[in-house]
Design a protein around this ligand. Structure first.
Ligand code: NAP
Length: 359
């Protein structure tokens, strides 16, 4: 897995493919073409979840991988999904349902999507470990798990990869979680690298009334000015360097050296190509660019802001680089447990095959 992630650090997210209310007006065909574009451009890590349309994103991915199987063999893909349940006894059934939708006899990575905010999550991870031992799961992932909980879980269950939000608008994990993962050899996967589009140039002022992104905490009165500062800085650097805002935001992440896998969302093939081009130019752009952090370890703790803007507007030493990390007010991709339009029938019965070697 580690080799595959290093050779393909961009992972395509599929939240928008789920035909869900959070991403209104997303067209099925656009999702299909975006996925194909990513795969044909060499993306080999796909991130999905039951919660993305109650299995619809998983289904779309399963169908397309099946159609493309002559071109891209299943074993060349790192297929990651997230399960949402608080009941360890329901976990195996949920995993089998995801496997059926994804048309795969095994899953490379399975995360628990969101942890309990109360209660013990260890039994859930122990059950995932049992499924890993049975061979249907390659690696166990932790998603949105605070570092203290992760320490406890990983003393009992091997965690291979940790997924959390990471962008210029959200840097909460850089002080504790990332260094801890690094010290344990756990792969870091950062999601929402474009701040759900804001860092790609989506204008907050023009988001339509029905767009749920209007409700992001980035626009809360106490955060609004910081959000505006970051966006202004990214816009400025993009203009000065002749790059797109998305490219600047992505290169900043790549330059921190903190994230092994950048899980991005794209709703069209053009967006997908834009992200991949932005990351592909990384080596030369990073080495010559003054916008990237000089050293991640010099970054001050989240929440501390400097009163002086020194030189490079996006470097950790500047006030832009020490933005108080924002948190989603509503944890927007948290699954809706009341939803019931998924189908429990026709679970796969085939035995696992093609499981790749461990880390
Ligand atoms: N574990 C979790 O709890 C969790 C939570 C969130 C996300 N995720 C995963 O991470 C993936 C990515 O996160 P995300 O979709 O929330 O956020 P993101 O990648 O930060 O933003 C996606 C948005 O960025 C814009 N964009 C994409 N490519 C662009 C380009 N080349 N130029 C300009 N703008 C561009 C588009 O905005 P417009 O739509 O405005 O055009 C797109 O919808 C998800 O699909 C999901 O797989 C996981």
């Amino acid at each position: 897995m580690r080799e595959l992630i290093h050779s393909s650090p961009a992972a395509l997210g599929s939240w928008a493919f789920g035909d869900c209310a959070y991403w209104p007006d997303q067209q099925h065909e656009s999702s299909v073409q975006t996925l194909k574009t990513a795969l044909r451009a060499g993306v080999r890590h796909l991130d999905t979840a039951w919660a993305y349309g109650n299995g619809r994103a998983e289904q779309l991915i399963g169908q397309q991988l099946h159609r493309l199987r002559g071109e891209i063999p299943r074993e060349n893909i790192l297929l990651a999904t997230k399960i949402h349940t608080f009941d360890p006894h329901a976990l195996e059934r949920r995993v089998l349902e995801s496997m059926r939708r994804l048309q795969s006899p095994y899953l490379d990575i399975v995360y628990l999507h969101w942890p309990h905010t109360t209660g013990d999550i260890l039994p859930l991870y122990q059950e995932l470990f049992r499924l890993k031992e049975s061979g249907i799961i390659g690696h166990i992932g932790a998603s949105n798990v605070p570092v203290e909980s992760l320490k406890k879980i990983s003393s009992e269950v091997p965690i291979s990869i940790c997924q959390f939000s990471f962008s210029l608008l959200w840097r909460a994990e850089e002080q504790q979680l990332v260094p801890w993962c690094r010290s344990r050899g756990i792969i870091t996967a950062g999601y929402s690298p474009l701040g759900q589009g804001l860092l790609g140039g989506t204008d907050p002022e023009t988001l339509r009334q029905k767009d749920p992104r209007r409700d992001l905490v980035f626009f809360d009165p106490e955060q609004r000015h910081r959000t505006a500062e970051v966006l202004a800085a990214v816009r400025l650097v993009a203009r000065q360097s002749g790059r797109s805002m998305a490219e600047v935001a992505l290169q900043w992440i790549a330059g921190t050296g903190m994230i092994d896998s950048i899980i991005f969302g794209a709703r069209t093939p053009v967006q997908c190509t834009g992200v991949l081009d932005g990351l592909a130019h990384r080596t030369s752009a990073c080495s010559s660019s003054s916008i990237l952090p000089r050293s991640p370890t010099r970054s001050p703790p989240p929440g501390i802001t400097s009163s002086t803007i020194s030189g490079d507007p996006l470097s950790p030493g500047s006030s832009y680089g020490t933005i108080t990390p924002c948190a989603y007010r509503q944890q927007p991709d948290r699954p809706n447990l009341k939803s019931s339009d998924h189908d429990f029938s026709a679970m796969p019965t085939r035995s696992p095959e093609g499981m790749r070697s461990s880390l």
